[in-house]
Design a protein around this ligand. Structure first.
Ligand code: PLP
Length: 287
């Protein structure tokens, strides 16, 4: 089956899909994005993702490229046309195409929108979750507005590549206070020696993950002991469990940080049960 992408009003073959060389996403990383999980032909937590997209757009003073209802339709249609059963749908909005100039273009320049969708292997992801992943720490070097989900991901690319070259699947940023902020494309969690689940508050230093928000709902529902506070690398190395969350990974256990084995080196019970329960707390909309 050939893949299809939605680009500025048209569904085009994925292999031919293109934006103009003067698109500001290409020239300045002047754009934002969202990624939603697709589960059994249902789109997971679309309202929350679109709400965050709206916030990212408004923080950068980019207009919605289409009415929100139309964006919902395009997301679903792109999933349908690509016959995605389990996978991901991606939306990117940039400030549009204009002659290269740092200043915003004139108001008549329309934002660009691209939507793609693809299948991913649930079996492979579940197998990975049974083993857990290694993370590799990296000095926090991103701008302070990591609350905006922008396509300016160069620091994330470099941190994740460093993780890969050192045997990890994800990077964990460590700030100048020695605290873990988040992963290169995930939020970071630990379970302390005393069995308390800890994640950093979303007020600064991290993206307010949608998966994180769902897990917080679950934690409350299940009555799991929980503290929302900064935690240090030192504390993480001593933790009973660690895990990361994102729409692309769901709840993914961490069994190694740099060279240190976490807990007994196997996925922890809290991470495992949160992964199993995850979709009982999500909003699922049939595509
Ligand atoms: N933090 C960063 C830097 C991310 O890029 C992502 C997802 O891409 C997340 C956290 C997790 O966010 P979500 O759960 O909404 O996918």
């Amino acid at each position: 089956m050939s893949r299809v992408a939605y680009v500025n009003g048209q569904y085009v073959p994925h292999k031919d899909a293109a934006v103009h060389i003067e698109d500001r996403g290409y020239q300045f990383a002047d754009g934002v994005y969202e990624v939603c999980e697709v589960l059994n032909r249902q789109i997971v937590d679309m309202p929350r993702h679109l709400e965050r997209l709206g916030r990212s757009l408004s923080e950068l003073r980019i207009e919605w490229p289409l009415a929100r209802k139309a964006v919902e339709y395009v997301l679903k249609e792109t999933i349908r046309r690509n016959k995605v059963t389990n996978g991901l749908v991606y939306i990117q909005v940039t400030r549009g195409v204009a002659r290269r100039d740092h200043f915003f273009p004139s108001a008549d320049v329309a934002p660009s929108i691209v939507v793609t969708a693809r299948n991913t292997s649930r079996a492979a992801a579940d197998l990975q979750a049974e083993k857990g992943i290694a993370v590799v720490t990296y000095p926090e070097n991103r701008w302070p507005r990591v609350d905006i989900k922008t396509v300016a991901l160069l620091p994330n690319v470099l941190a994740k590549q460093n993780a890969k070259e050192n045997g990890g699947k994800e990077a964990w940023y460590v700030d100048t206070d020695g605290n873990i902020t988040e992963g290169g494309s995930t939020n970071a969690w630990i379970v302390t020696r005393d069995g308390v689940l800890v994640t950093r508050p979303a007020e600064s230093g991290i993206l307010r993950g949608i998966t994180r928000a769902v897990v917080l709902d679950l934690v409350e529902r299940e009555g799991i002991k929980f503290e929302e506070r900064a935690f240090s690398l030192e504390e993480a190395l001593e933790a009973r469990e660690a895990f990361v969350t994102a729409a692309s990974t769901l709840v993914m256990p961490v069994v190694k940080i740099d060279t240190a084995i976490i807990g007994n080196g196997h996925p922890g019970s809290i991470a495992t049960s949160l992964r199993q329960l995850f979709h009982t707390a999500t909003d699922l909309q049939v595509v």
